[in-house]
Design a binder for this molecule. Structure first.
Ligand code: AMP
Length: 422
């Protein structure tokens, strides 16, 4: 990787302004329901402390409303009440439990009091700022807000992969005012894995795409067709491909605008000599329900009134054989409705095959990460991405603003933009 990394920095006595992704799932009362995202940043947090640095952490949490947009007083009060549950205090409590140390939570992100608290930090101390999205300047990437944030650190570290695809003040604007901006360990790992897929994959390289809509993933598919040896399609989007091939799909999900896209993708795959594997059989149900009647049929024999909710046994074997003969597999999107046990078999079999083989397995964030976690197999994968949107944009070949903004290592270009911006 050719961006500065946290371990390239001299941190002794320095104040590190670190963007983390503490946008954690919460209980109704605001307390933290799942601290996975906080744990994910611990390696970088602990490293700074071990090196004798001081930490100022910042993150967004949820989607605060704007009280100024309320139509009346009652609406304003409701927005303010909801926003109160998005304060970072419970996150600070969860962090305190994990680091076993003194975490000072501040009620603001900018201003004289914040600056004074930061100036008083001792090596090893941690400050957690208030929710960055309480400030309108955050999402607008307001240069003034970014400059105020930048005053709080000697160096900047990005360890929030889940937000690097957004050009916000705390992810991008702030770097314009810092001498050194580096990737934390979490972001560095994401960049290394996706950078390898995009620039120098071990082949054969197989991509497995599932999930709901073809139109949502068109740019990813187009870019992957330039990179992969094999593309396998599952999930609801399969049925749009089957429709494009002139098959009857019963009540299966159809992404109408995606039919033309599917045609184009099949043509492109042929032109680029990419092996396009579509399932040959599917599990169909007479309702979208775990307890519906089910049967396995050939893709050419989906009965009217039935809908495909998983790939069939023959297709599972075909996909798993392809995975076993691959060196690298990138997987984004479950191949069936894995949330229902009766339609999770395909997704589970793929996850188990990846877990049991020595293939380099890179799992996109979001639902695919949720699926492998649900099966207890996340730690058997080479890499499970922490950013659903960001990982998709990486695979689309886009320049991610929060990564492009990091300082290049002397003499190096930028790996995250695939050479485009060099
Ligand atoms: P996405 O957010 O586009 O990755 O889509 C993920 C969702 O697609 C999951 O919630 C799956 O349950 C759903 N899904 C996968 N296969 C199917 C299918 N055959 N029919 C309907 N939904 C599906």
């Amino acid at each position: 990787m050719n961006k500065l990394r946290i371990d390239d920095l001299d941190l002794r006595g320095k104040t590190v302004l670190m963007r983390v992704d503490f946008n954690v799932p919460q209980h109704d009362d605001g307390t933290v329901r799942d601290d996975t995202r906080i744990r994910a940043a611990l390696k970088s947090i602990n490293y700074v402390r071990e090196q004798g640095g001081k930490l100022v952490l910042m993150s967004h949490l949820g989607r605060p409303g704007d009280p100024d947009k309320a139509a009346n007083e009652a609406e304003r009060a409701a927005i303010e009440k909801r926003n109160a549950t998005l304060k970072m205090d419970p996150v600070a409590d969860a962090l305190r439990n994990l680091v076993g140390g003194n975490v000072m939570k501040l009620d603001a992100c900018t201003g004289a009091e914040v600056e004074a608290a930061v100036a008083a930090l001792q090596p090893g101390d941690i400050i957690l700022l208030e929710n960055t999205r309480f400030y309108k300047g955050e999402k607008k990437n307001d240069p003034k807000f970014a400059a105020q944030l930048a005053k709080l650190g000697d160096v900047y570290v990005s360890d929030a992969f889940g937000t690097v695809h957004r050009a916000h003040a705390s992810t991008e604007g702030v770097t314009r005012h810092m001498k050194q901006s580096a990737a934390g360990f979490l972001v560095a790992r994401e960049m290394a894995y996706f950078g390898q897929v995009l620039n120098n994959p071990e082949r054969p390289l197989v991509a497995l795409l599932g999930g709901s809509k073809v139109s949502d993933k068109i740019t990813v598919i187009e870019n992957l067709l330039n990179l992969v040896d094999t593309l396998m399609i599952g999930g609801a989007m399969l049925f749009t491909f089957l429709k494009a091939k002139g098959l009857e799909i019963g009540d299966s999900n159809l992404d109408e605008p995606g039919v033309d896209v599917a045609h184009k993708i099949m043509e492109m795959a042929e032109e680029k000599a990419v092996k396009l594997l579509l399932p040959v059989d599917v599990v169909v149900a007479d309702a979208f329900d775990n307890n519906a009647n089910i049967q396995t049929v050939k893709v050419s024999a989906i009965p009217a009134g039935w809908r495909g909710l998983d790939i069939g046994a023959e297709s599972i074997n075909m996909f798993c054989d392809e995975i076993k003969s691959a060196r690298t597999v990138v997987w984004n999107g479950p191949v069936g409705v894995f949330e229902f046990e009766n339609f999770a078999k395909g997704t589970r079999a793929i996850a188990e095959t990846l877990a049991g083989s020595d293939v380099i397995s890179i799992i996109g964030g979001g639902d695919t990460a949720a699926a492998v976690t649900q099966f207890g197999l996340a730690d058997k994968m080479s890499h499970v991405s922490t950013g659903g949107g960001a990982s998709l944009e990486m695979l689309e070949g886009k320049t991610l603003p929060g990564l492009a903004a990091l300082t290049d290592k002397p003499g190096d270009g930028c790996c995250c933009c695939q050479g485009k911006d060099q």
